[in-house]
Design a protein around this ligand. Structure first.
Ligand SMILES: Nc1ncnc2c1ncn2[C@@H]1O[C@H](COP(=O)(O)OP(=O)(O)OP(=O)(O)O)[C@@H](O)[C@H]1O
Ligand SMILES: [Mg+2]
Length: 336
């Protein structure tokens, strides 16, 4: 692939070369005659025309294509891509342009999807509240504490959804700023599980912590990692029936720490193992809604973004439905 300036230099050299050849071969015999001048003029005209065509094909046309593509982007059309040019600078420019267009197209797609998903998620609780209010007005629903409790629950769910969406939108646009500091992960896990102990007792699910006392300090944003573990342990509680057990453990090697939350609950099958990290994905929506404990399907998506922002990975393991689930994630031990 040839450099743009080198190409222009070659064009000039070849033009002179052509003129010199014509002078030598043709004009040697015709020198001084009127025919010689005609040949001379025609040669110059031919060379100028040739240069014009080459410059137009190699430089002007690609620039025009880029201009047209930019105008299309300005009009919101992101699917077009520029071709590969056989010119170094123009090709680099075209590839950078294509990457930029792909990024804009992706984020535009995410934006449209997010709006659709949010509208869908808001519809159910709002409908429930509206139907209950209509029932109260028409006096077909009695104004007792159960009715108000149901409405309060729907409103709380909406508030929680909005709070989660704020975090999610920042996480999805990579706007989460981490305040990392070397922190004792063992103390963080003990205090977090201590705070959740009452909820586990109330449901009759055992909660254990398995972590060695000499656990090293890990560079983390403690608030964010608390949020990650809270989401995962909250799920373990929600999807484990009474009589079950949840174990929070942490191990480490030279490069990273691994935190795992293992439960004896509902379990997961096949593609659910990866899909649960997608936003708004819930394994069994109707069952969760029916039981009144319906989540929003965002907790693990937020957890995934926060873990990835720390440079770690998150995954799920399960042998199938009702076989329990383990959700684990890593956190690098290096500071960057
Ligand atoms: N420990 C678990 N056992 C079985 N299923 C689980 C477990 N954790 C998550 N899931 C499944 O993954 C889905 C997504 O989990 P996620 O935490 O993202 O959303 P959620 O719990 O439904 O709602 P929220 O946004 O309120 O947390 C859940 O709806 C549930 O179906
Ligand atoms: Mg959850």
């Amino acid at each position: 692939m040839m450099n743009l300036f080198r190409r222009i230099e070659w064009l000039i050299v070849i033009s002179y070369f052509l003129i010199v050849i014509v002078e030598i071969i043709v004009l040697r015999n015709l020198s001084g005659s009127p025919e010689a001048n005609i040949v001379r003029y025609l040669t110059f005209f031919g060379v100028v025309l040739l240069s014009f065509v080459v410059v137009r094909q190699q430089i002007v046309k690609p620039i025009q294509e880029m201009r047209a593509a930019s105008l299309q982007i300005a009009e919101g059309e992101y699917s077009n891509r520029l071709p590969i040019y056989n010119n170094l600078e123009l090709n680099e420019l075209a590839q950078a342009f294509n990457e930029m267009t792909a990024t804009i197209e992706q984020s535009e797609q995410r934006r449209v999807e997010l709006i659709g998903d949010v509208a869908h998620e808001l519809r159910t609780p709002l409908n429930n509240i509206k139907i209950t209010l209509e029932g109260l007005i028409d006096e077909v629903i009695s104004a007792d504490s159960t009715t108000f409790f149901d409405m309060q629950r729907e409103i709380s769910r909406l508030q929680r959804l909005i709070a989660q969406l704020e975090i999610l939108s920042r996480a999805e646009s990579d706007q989460i700023v981490l305040h990392k500091q070397s922190a004792p992960l063992d103390a963080l896990l003990h205090s977090l599980t201590g705070r959740l102990a009452i909820q586990f007792e109330d449901k009759g699910v055992a909660l254990e912590v398995d972590i060695s006392a000499d656990f090293p300090l890990i560079p983390i944003d403690s608030d964010r990692i608390t949020q990650v573990v809270t989401n995962i342990v909250g799920n373990a509680l929600q999807y484990t029936p009474p009589g079950g057990r949840v174990v929070v453990s942490a191990t480490y090697n030279a490069s990273h720490a691994t935190i795992a939350v293992k439960d004896t609950g509902a379990g997961l099958n096949g593609s659910d193992l990866t899909r649960i990290f997608e936003r708004f994905y819930r394994v069994d929506k109707s069952r969760q809604r029916g039981s009144g404990s319906g989540g929003n399907g965002i907790g693990l998506t937020i957890a995934k973004h926060l873990v990835q922002a720390h440079g770690g990975n998150i995954w799920a393991n399960s042998s199938g439905y009702d076989q329990g689930t383990t959700i684990a994630f890593t956190l690098p031990r290096s500071k960057n």
